[in-house]
Design a protein around this ligand. Structure first.
Ligand code: ADP
Length: 481
């Protein structure tokens, strides 16, 4: 089976969040099941200047913006066996960031990603690849199912089936209707049954309406988004497509995220021999200049995009109490400016107890997973969440809000039975959050119980294998339908 992924980011080339981890790992897991997979993504500045050298695989190809032809090249890795193709058109993609700066999105994101989607037919033709399934990810690729139905009916792609995976429904690709002509679609598609959404263009909605199937990255989230609380205005459209809407949980690429082999951490460890974890804790505390006299206290870690979704208002509310109780916290994040300012303000107030780094730093993310005792993730909503899965593998007990993928993947601890993998709270409030933290701290003081909880998590297998099989089943269903 031949599958083309169309996505806007992928490890190890360019990453802003969990989508990149998925696109970096799932194609390979599918290839291990015998599928032929290729991934199409933009050739951003950091991709072209990255560690993996690229070479031109095809040039003078034709994409479109509106009805206007625009040329592009396809780049491919010059070494290794990466199944990637990159769309090169510097006017759109030769920038330092993927979607915008902390001040806001790039003004021409509609143009950039409409053009990106338009390159699929020419790219497939030039590369001699005829996909049976086109697997599109998030709003940046959501025009592909629309184009397939309306613009590409006379191309060799016409019979391909489309799957749209929604990694985060809050990001829909909303643009002013004045830009509609840039999509190269008939105005008749700008209706409530098409891409119109409260008088704006909604690219994700177009994908939801026209894809053959839709999926989200956990079963829980696939149900939640059909309700007004999580649907961001698209709950009705999603309900109307409920029979074609699936939930498949993300996996972990344990080649990158395994404390027994992780090249980015100073001390390796396993469930049998946890001694390396304590050493990593010391290294982590030193990296953040934390007071080593607090080493017997549980160390809390946070690695996150700094966005409202991730529950930073709850973190802000519980932080003074954690600090007052000498419970050290390290936070690694980047994102919205208001949170940058807040963290820059807080950090100097608690020297030796609060470690903050405002950056995107993969190596430090690995050290935090390895060195922290607990991982905090009080998300308002969470389509899947990856850090809690990494935390499980690293024996870093997650304290999470019971929502979406977090509720699907973290099993509540039962202290009497010694079962479960983490601590959950349901109500979105500082009180509920602190209660869960307190339970975790109490369990931490019981060394035997704590090691049991750590090992319960470390023993779990959230590798891509099972989820890749589920995607395969879904592709097969599409092709037989
Ligand atoms: P989301 O996709 O909503 O940001 P996920 O938990 O699904 O959240 O995935 C986030 C991914 O990005 C994880 O791999 C996490 O380690 C990584 N990440 C997030 N922020 C940072 C950061 N500041 N530095 C390094 N890695 C980060």
């Amino acid at each position: 089976m031949r599958v083309l992924f169309v996505a806007s980011e992928a490890v190890p080339f360019a990453k802003t969040g969990g989508l990149a981890d998925v696109i970096g790992a799932l194609p390979r897991a599918l290839m291990e099941l015998g599928l032929e997979v290729r991934v199409l993504m933009p050739a951003y500045g950091p991709v072209k200047q990255g560690k993996i050298p690229l070479q031109v695989a095809a040039e003078d190809l034709e994409g479109r913006l509106g009805f206007q032809p625009l040329s592009f090249s396809v780049l491919a890795p010059a070494e290794g066996d990466h199944p990637f193709w990159f769309v090169e058109r510097d006017e759109f993609f030769e920038r330092s960031q993927l979607y915008g700066t902390p001040k806001g999105d790039y003004f021409d994101n509609l143009e950039r990603f409409a053009f990106f989607c338009s390159t699929v037919p020419a790219c497939c033709q030039a590369m001699g690849f005829r996909p049976e399934v086109i697997h599109c990810h998030d709003w940046q690729a959501a025009l592909v199912p629309v184009y397939l139905r309306h613009r590409w009916r006379n191309t060799p792609l016409a019979h391909a089936k489309t799957l749209l995976t929604i990694h985060n429904l809050a990001y829909q690709g909303l643009f002013p209707k004045e830009k509609f002509p840039l999509l190269g679609l008939d105005w008749s598609l700008f209706t409530i049954d098409g891409l119109e959404f409260y008088d704006q263009i909604n690219l994700l909605k177009g994908g939801i309406v026209f894809a053959d199937a839709i999926s989200t990255v956990s079963r829980g989230y696939s149900k939640e988004i059909q309700t007004p609380e999580f649907g961001y205005g698209l709950e009705g459209v999603l309900q109307s497509r409920a029979e074609a809407l699936f939930g498949i949980v993300n996996g972990v690429d344990y080649r990158d995220w395994d404390p027994a082999t992780d090249p980015l951490i100073p001390h390796h460890y396993t469930a049998e021999d946890l001694s390396g974890k304590v050493k990593n804790k010391m290294a982590l505390m030193a990296a953040f200049n934390l007071d080593l006299r607090l080493a017997n206290q549980p160390l809390f870690g946070i690695i996150s995009r700094l966005a409202d979704q991730k529950g930073f208002d709850l973190v802000a509310q519980v932080l003074p109490e954690l600090m007052a109780r000498d419970l050290p916290v390290v936070i690694l994040g980047t994102g919205e400016e208001k949170y940058h300012r807040w963290l820059a303000q807080e950090a100097p107030k608690y020297p030796g107890k609060l470690g903050v780094k405002i950056a995107f730093d993969n190596a430090l993310a690995h050290l935090i997973e390895a060195g922290a005792d607990m991982f905090l993730m009080p998300s308002r909503y969470e389509p899947c969440g990856l850090n809690q899965l990494y935390s499980l593998k690293y024996g870093t007990v997650p304290v999470v809000r019971a929502t979406g993928g977090l509720a699907d993947t973290v099993a509540p601890v039962d202290v009497k039975q010694g079962t479960g993998t983490g601590f959950l709270f349901r109500e979105y409030s500082a009180e509920a959050f602190i209660r869960a933290i307190n339970e975790a701290v109490a369990a931490f003081r019981d060394r035997e119980l704590w090691q049991k909880i750590m090992r319960n998590g470390m023993a779990q297998d959230w590798s891509w294998k099972a989820s890749a099989r589920e995607y395969l089943t879904l592709y097969e269903r599409l092709l037989s339908g």
